[in-house]
Design a protein around this ligand. Structure first.
Ligand code: SAM
Length: 222
């Protein structure tokens, strides 16, 4: 397969999945042919490695733009170049609100915080990084009168841990709470998924499947 075809096959994923040679070709040849929107969701933050496919990034971004939560609690920052970037960018576009994101791995936490200070200072008003792996760390950030407007589950590939994280949010839910979850089709969600799907209070707004996603859902509390 030639370089151009190989890159075009990856345009539904993200820039950081390209090889170094593909990145160079993309920047010189492919990039000028893409719409600004396609570039934004494909590239993310060029200087920070990012995960998530293009359609997944759009789904998270659009959910924040549409429902305007005051805060979105995220489990699993990684480097901050994937979901965190798109959630924070949506809050920046609205001009209010922030993503509060939890990451237990010290090196990833340091990488993400340093990267935002260096490359994305304009987003710092819309993101708060928490070091740790216990969702209880969110408690000081939850206003009891507000509850939780939005949360995104994308932590370790561990069904019990994800279930405990989901349960943490339960008492804070209200009508209109937006829940987003990644890896809906994998073991990570094996305990959460049946509970959510059998709970009539959750309305599924969007469910992305392969090849556009490894499983991403957006739901809203009735
Ligand atoms: C699949 S990655 C998240 C990817 C990220 N959302 C993105 O778009 O780039 C999972 C992350 O969850 C983190 N993690 C593992 N256990 C966790 C826990 N108990 N709480 C929060 N994050 C956790 C891992 O260190 C890893 O960075």
């Amino acid at each position: 397969m030639d370089l151009s075809a190989s890159i075009r096959n990856k345009l539904g994923h993200n820039y950081h999945e390209l090889t170094d040679l593909e990145k160079l070709y993309y920047r010189l040849v492919i990039r000028p042919t893409l719409s600004a929107d396609h570039r934004f969701f494909f590239e993310g933050a060029l200087d920070i490695i990012g995960q998530m496919y293009l359609a997944e990034r759009q789904a998270l971004f659009n959910a924040i733009i549409q429902f305007k939560p005051r805060r979105c609690f995220e489990v699993g920052t990684f480097t901050g170049g994937g979901s965190t970037f798109f959630l924070a960018s949506a809050f920046e576009k609205i001009g209010a609100g922030k993503v509060i994101t939890l990451e237990p791995h010290p090196a990833l936490f340091s990488l993400a915080t340093a990267a935002y200070r260096t490359y994305l200072p304009h987003l710092l008003d819309h993101v708060e990084f928490i070091k740790g792996g216990d969702v209880e760390a969110f408690v000081p950030h939850i206003d009891p009168a507000e509850g939780v407007d939005a949360f995104f589950l994308d932590g370790a590939e561990n069904a019990d841990q994800t279930l405990a994280q989901y349960r943490f949010f339960q008492p804070h839910l209200h009508s209109g709470t937006v829940m987003m979850a990644h890896d809906w089709d994998t073991d990570k969600m094996a305990s959460v998924r049946p509970r959510v799907e059998s709970d009539p209070q959750w309305e599924t707004l969007l469910a992305l499947d392969p090849p556009y996603s490894v499983g991403l859902v957006v739901l809203r509390r009735r």
